[in-house]
Design a protein around this ligand. Sequence first.
Ligand SMILES: [Zn+2]
Length: 183
Amino acid sequence: MTTYSKEDLRDMFEGRLPWEKTKEIMSHPKDDDRFDKYIQILQERVSWPEKILMPLGDHLNVVQKGSDRIVKCDCGYEFGDWRVNWKLNALIFVRDDMAKMEEVYPGLKAPDPNLCEVREFYCPACGVMLKVENVPVGYPIIFDVLPDIDGFYREWLGRPLPDEKEFKDMTYEVTASWAKERV
Ligand SMILES: [Zn+2]
């Protein structure tokens, strides 16, 4: 069996390993402790105490906070329950005209702002860019990843988390409550 050092995993995290190897490292979490090492690296990078359950992407992790599982930025900003799209609580900058497109596509063929828009999502606390999506105009905000955390810990790692949560997308409950407030 291949084993991976903490340095391998750190390189992976810093983006120096090609995607194929990264996938291999992450695809058999039960085989050894590579998932735990990876989480340990992530945990060492942050200054807050909540335990990281799963990485969501650059700067974002799902963490255990009391009995809740929330999305948290490296800086400590909390986006709320992981079953609600964190983007709803992010700062959003939309590039929807040619001038704004050309700021990020200088000298290149920019997307046609009549057809699509580029949305940039930023952390409201530290201002780091968390995600960019390029979508047709008016397309709903994309919920990129809703990991089945309980399933992953139970089925893949073989150590279920206490306090299992119902696994469902709760984003629409939030947007529906916004609609109600507006009435
Ligand atoms: Zn932040």
